[in-house]
Design a protein around this ligand. Structure first.
Ligand code: SF4
Length: 507
């Protein structure tokens, strides 16, 4: 923790340090390039470009040729395809073919009704109807003003339900969990939607036969997986969230292809490496990386500082060292053949859609200043471009959580899958604020008695007896973007039962 704080402080100091180009008169920073989506609610992805005047002294960058170690690439990034494989043409043709569907099959009304029956909650409705606060016995619950199922998740689950209805007899497979929620995933299993088996970290597509149906989850799928399925002539049902698809588009066209939009200049061809703020083993990041060409994934500010320090030849905070050490550190998080001495000269920053918004922004600023210092302010447009691809739903849930933690609360209950990235950041916000916060994936983590099994943001699994204080209590509640309201209700009902039992004993 101390170390993390130090990194943040160092990064903050460096980012905020006044520099010659920070004068408004020579810092005409723009925000341009808005894209709107046909899907509700409207999306806007902002692209930040920087243009500046005076140059700074360039820092030394390591240039000694070093031998490249063999890389084990965990974040596959379409590694199974030939380097000259035309991803753009492939995707264009696939998405227009008869065996591809991303719009559903005309059963929307009935499948939404079924989902309402299975996933909505009277307790949550009561909270919403009462301005997000309600008291049951000794328990006052304050619900975050934005929580639970996002539109992208709802859409993905609904299309999966439609697929089952449309293909009642066919084998239906899914390439990953449709979303990160055990309740929903179990429900799909009950509907005989089977996961593609995984052996030694590799998906076994052999089980899929011509004529089967394969669902791509809300996080999307890597290009090489889509190619394999296309070759097998299966029916592909693509539930990829439209927001994630937009991120693929940005990576492909704006970063890899280097089509940098600039209000002053025309589109300009470049050759950028993607720095992805994300988790290299997360399905969305794997899929995104497959569109990115050359890339490196950094999961937090500490790793971003390391990369920037390397770019500056050790003159940022001295955290980096040799090229071999760099490649060892990021061995699962870089594209095949990545060479930090060559591939970090032109970088585009983007992020997994569900990262912590503030951290993404700080990483973007850090990288921007690093490239200005390395290549000169006047050359920044040739070396740096940044896209904020945090989705609206993630932002809204984080903003609501920041508001919730300002309330007077005894504790917070965060409900969401333990592998859910967006939920982990909701828990992180509560932890940073110093409020006792318990992240559970379903109600079975509560009990027996006044006991809870929960996770912390960094994945540590803990148990606590007497986690609910005695007497009247106020608890804050939120849930991740893939969590049905029903799961939150089941957890709250357990809380109510414990407190009811306590008041009976007191009486
Ligand atoms: S969290 Fe955002 S990107 Fe992910 S499914 Fe929901 S709307 Fe889409």
């Amino acid at each position: 923790m101390e170390n993390a704080e130090k990194i943040w402080r160092l990064a903050g100091e460096w980012i905020n340090r006044p520099l010659p180009w920070d004068s408004p008169c020579c810092y005409p920073k723009h925000r341009t390039g808005f894209l709107s989506s046909p899907s509700p609610p409207s999306m806007a992805i902002s692209m930040q470009l920087a243009r500046f005047s005076p140059s700074l002294a360039h820092s030394r960058v390591r240039s000694a040729p070093l031998s490249k170690p063999t890389l084990t690439v965990r974040c596959s990034g379409g590694a199974g395809l030939e380097p000259d494989f035309d991803k753009k043409a492939f995707r264009h043709n696939l998405t227009r073919s008869d065996n591809y569907n991303r719009r559903g099959f005309g059963h929307k009304k009935e499948t939404l009704e079924l989902m309402n029956q299975e996933y909505t909650s009277d307790v949550i409705k009561t909270l919403k109807d009462n301005n997000y606060v309600y008291t049951w016995g000794d328990v006052t619950v304050k619900l975050a003003e934005s929580y639970g199922f996002c539109w992208g998740v709802e859409r993905a689950v609904q299309i999966a339900y439609e697929a089952r209805k449309q293909f009642p007899e066919e084998n239906i497979w899914i390439t990953n969990e449709i979303i990160h929620n055990p309740t929903v995933n179990k429900r799909l299993e009950e509907m005989d939607v089977k996961n593609i088996p995984v052996e030694e970290g590799k998906k076994q597509f052999d089980v899929v036969d011509k004529g089967d149906v394969v669902i791509l989850p809300a996080f999307g799928a890597a290009v090489d997986e889509m190619f394999t399925l296309s070759e097998k002539q299966v029916q592909i049902v693509d539930t990829t969230c439209p927001w994630v698809s937009k991120v693929f588009f940005f990576f492909f066209f704006f970063i890899s292809e280097g089509l940098v939009w600039n209000t002053v200049e025309k589109h300009k061809k470049g050759d950028y490496t993607s720095i992805i703020h994300g988790k290299y083993s997360h399905e969305e990041t794997i899929a995104t990386a497959s569109f990115a060409g050359r890339y490196i994934v950094v999961k937090n500010m500490t790793e971003a500082m390391y990369v920037c320090d390397y770019i500056l030849g050790g003159q940022l905070d001295g955290s980096s060292s040799t090229k071999e050490a760099f490649l060892e550190k990021f061995k699962y998080a870089v594209s095949v053949g990545f060479d930090p001495d060559v591939d970090l000269a032109k970088v585009g920053i983007a992020n997994q859609t569900t990262m912590l918004k503030g951290e993404t922004e700080e990483i973007g600023k850090l990288a921007e200043k690093t490239m200005m210092r390395r290549y000169g302010v006047e050359n920044i447009n040739d070396h740096f471009v940044s896209f904020n691809t945090i989705c609206d739903a993630t932002q809204e849930r984080q903003d609501a959580m920041f508001k919730l933690v300002e309330e007077k609360l005894d504790l917070i209950l965060v409900v969401g899958g333990w592998n859910s990235s967006n939920t982990s950041h909701l828990q992180e916000i509560a932890e940073l604020r110093g409020i006792p916060s318990y992240w559970i994936d379903n109600e079975q983590r509560i009990g027996p008695g006044n006991k809870i099994t929960y996770k912390l943001n960094h994945g540590e699994l803990l148990e606590k007896e007497n986690w609910l204080p005695s007497g009247p209590i106020t608890i804050g509640v939120t849930s991740g973007a893939s969590t049905p309201d029903k799961v939150v209700e089941q957890a709250l009902k357990k809380v109510f039962a414990i407190k009811r039992q306590e008041s009976l004993q007191v009486a």
